[in-house]
Write a protein that binds this ligand. Structure first.
Ligand SMILES: [Zn+2]
Length: 158
């Protein structure tokens, strides 16, 4: 199940777009096994989305739209905020590209660059080894989504 969270279309009410409003869904025992993906990085509520991904086994945070539609600094903020608390296995990259072909290219390029920048910072901070950062890049850019959407290795709740 995917939820658009945070910013996006101009008709949304950002006051109600904080992903923390989804708590009743995450607390609903009948939905515990349903993977729930928070799209748009929940921006500007990315930390809140990361919190949900850390607390609930079925919560995932997707960085799409924040990457590449924000400024470079904004993209770094979103990627950093996601990595603050969310398990790397729960963070996914997408572009939210649509209609305009260049957005696919721009999204892929900016996504790779910004994730590399933020993972390099994690290495410099001692949070990740270079090998762990390489694995994290693969997970965020490909493997987490492949596992979740195509069942290539189970990463959801048992
Ligand atoms: Zn979207």
């Amino acid at each position: 199940m995917q939820f658009h969270t945070g910013f996006g279309d101009p008709d949304l009410d950002l006051r109600t777009a904080n992903p923390l409003h989804l708590r009743p869904i995450f607390e609903d025992a009948t939905l515990r096994r349903a993977p729930i993906v928070l799209l748009h990085a929940g921006y500007p509520f990315t930390r809140e989305g990361g919190y949900l991904a850390a607390v609930y086994p079925n919560a995932y945070l997707d960085l799409g739209l924040a990457l590449p539609y924000l400024s470079r600094a904004g993209m770094r903020f979103a990627a950093r905020a996601a990595l603050e608390l969310a398990p790397i296995s729960k963070i996914m990259f997408s572009t939210d590209a649509h209609l305009i072909p260049e957005t696919f290219y721009l999204g892929a390029r900016c996504g790779r660059e910004v994730i590399a920048e933020v993972l390099s910072e994690a290495i410099a901070d001692g949070d990740l080894s270079p090998a762990e950062a390489d694995a994290a890049a693969l997970d965020i850019l490909h493997r987490n989504a492949a596992r979740l959407y195509f069942g290539q290795g189970h990463i959801g709740p048992a």
